[in-house]
Ligand binder design. Structure first.
Ligand SMILES: [Zn+2]
Length: 211
């Protein structure tokens, strides 16, 4: 039987599935797979701060997305600027209920949930507070995260749908750029820190996980 502690000290390569034993790394050093040279784990002390900075940027960007004009529609010289909320109302008026639902989940609920959870999680971790809450947030993120990639697909769908109003001249607004920027930041955040690393950091900060 392998004890939990021994299990914690093993790491499997994501690419070739070779099992490695973890060794303590000095600051800013990385461990690579002995077979395929892929990055296994790293000891970068500033990962938390760097990720937190990225999350704050994403939160500001998301705020801009909700606040300003997403598209400007020009119908026969009549110009109308729409915020995300107004665009949502137009979608409902057009009786595009499925698109409306996706809109709410992918552009409003998921990004807000992910970014605010990350923000609270990383802030608490930085100040080494709220062990139980951070655990719950990590579990929540594990459930919501897989959905966040769908939004890229959705934006293309949205653009295609907007193009359906082919009688109109459409211009993309500040919010649209902010939305794309939020998505790019989201990709960078995901690349910057994996779930494995988040749990690992959690264990380092708070000790053993409460059942
Ligand atoms: Zn490998």
């Amino acid at each position: 039987m392998i004890t939990e502690e021994e299990l914690d000290n093993l790491i499997i390569c994501k690419k070739c599935h070779t099992l490695h034993k973890r060794v303590p790394l000095s600051e800013n050093k990385k461990a690579f797979c002995s077979k395929c040279d892929i990055l296994l784990y790293q000891n970068s002390t500033n990962t938390l701060d760097r990720t937190l900075a990225l999350v704050i940027a994403a939160a500001i960007s998301l705020f801009i997305t909700f606040k300003f004009t997403i598209i400007t529609i020009n119908i026969q010289g009549l110009e109308q600027s729409l915020t995300l909320y107004a665009l949502f109302m137009v979608i409902l008026e057009q009786q595009q209920y499925i698109v409306g639902m996706m809109f709410i989940f992918l552009i409003v609920i998921f990004p807000i949930t992910i970014i605010s959870s990350m923000l609270i999680l990383l802030t608490l971790m930085k100040f080494k507070k709220g062990k139980y809450l951070t655990q719950r947030l990590l579990i929540l993120l594990a459930h919501v995260r897989p959905w966040s990639m769908v939004d890229i697909f959705f934006i293309s769908l949205l653009v295609a749908m907007v193009k359906l109003f082919d009688y109109a001249y459409i211009e993309l607004g500040v919010s649209f750029i902010a939305l794309i920027f939020t998505l790019i930041l989201d990709i960078i955040i995901t690349k910057n820190i994996s779930f494995y690393e988040l749990w690992d950091l959690h264990r380092k900060i708070y000790g053993k996980i409460d059942e």
